[in-house]
Design a protein. Sequence first.
Length: 469
Amino acid sequence: MKKALVCFLALILALPLFAAVKPQSAATGETVSKASSGEAIVKKAPAFKDLKPQNPVFPYVMRMVVSYEAISGYPDKTFRGGKTITRAEFAKVMTQALAYLEKKFGTSLAAAPATAEVSFKDLKRDHWAYAPIIALVTKYKLLSGYPDQTFRPAKTISRFELATILAKAVRLVNPEAGTAEAVSLKDVKPAHWALQDVSLLVRLGIMEKFKDKKSNNWSFKGGQAATRFDVALSGAKLIELSEAKLANAGPVSASRIEQAVAITAKPQASISGGLGNVNESASGTNNWRGFSATAAYGDTFKLWSLAGNYELAGKYGFNQIVYLVPGSGGAVNGGPVNENRYELELNTIYPVVDRWGVSGKLLLGAKYISLSNPTAPTNFTGFNAGLVTSAKAFGRNLLLRGFWSLPLVRAQVSPSALGQPAQLFDYEASLDYELLSYPVLLGLSGEMMTFTGTGTRYYNMAFVRYFLF
């Protein structure tokens, strides 16, 4: 078991920490990749009949088409930049832009907690934009439906609406972006619903304002329908700013708590370390001579109609414990012993509730524990069932997890007056924190181990968890 655990930990720590990125030529917009033979392959920029290099929007369109692969032209080799864009078309462009950033920087930009699956009366599953629309609504939360439970995918987007969506995307990448000082625009009054978003985008240079030559006044033209040029220009600038932010800050997530329980298609790996206390009234054990280390890896799964996340974790713990061992003539002997604890745990989570800012998941799984000590070694194999919840409280992101483990197999390895582990209850409470400029989870984890003989043992560990990716 020791050798298997060591191999597992080594495998987890050896996983890639970042995704490969395609280099690109800033001058031409060409994308360079490697073929299997090692030779460079240059993806040529398409030539659009209706878009010349002299057009100021040309370089931004090329980046969106070639480098970011977020938008494309038409089969007749036109781009049709003046054409308006629908909610469905924009959903596809936006999800592909976010996917580019997530892949390049190996991070998740999903807003969390993710909402449960939604349905719209006018959006069928076979709609060509169903997947990106649902992603923007439930995963990124950049779009929403209407009160009558419709999405209206064919409806065009106005520049005001475009500004609001892009401002939300800015805050996904940089939660500290907040708001900007209001800009003075003729068609954006102080009480306008989009003022803060328009001001943020104009000051960041993501969207343009326009000057009227006659009146010398500035306007946003927010009531006009957004065009493909608008989307290409603002989308390329958004990605450029996002790349600069992510390159300096490293992997960014709105919350490590939310990342820990998010149902996403992105693999996750983490390492944890902690120091703790063991208390056992029956044997008199009560000390802070314990420590633990954990390596975990998780991803999504789909099994028939069930879908969720799984996490495989290997754990090692060291504790000093007093074991009570039956002696001759009914005597009970005991003394401090060093115990090594080896654990392998596989858990899955399924969304069951998402209400009032609380995201609840059902946890099911199994665990194996080997308690190795010179006095009364034993092991436990059990089935796990419980709940995982992320929530906001007192301005902080909190994670609460608790589950029971009931025995499937319990070994009778060596006699002890305490008996053997009968059932376990594991719990964890953690919060987002930043340690030495790295986002981590800080928390308290514990376990209540009930024995078949007498007494209950309590493990408590203060831990730090770092996400590798």
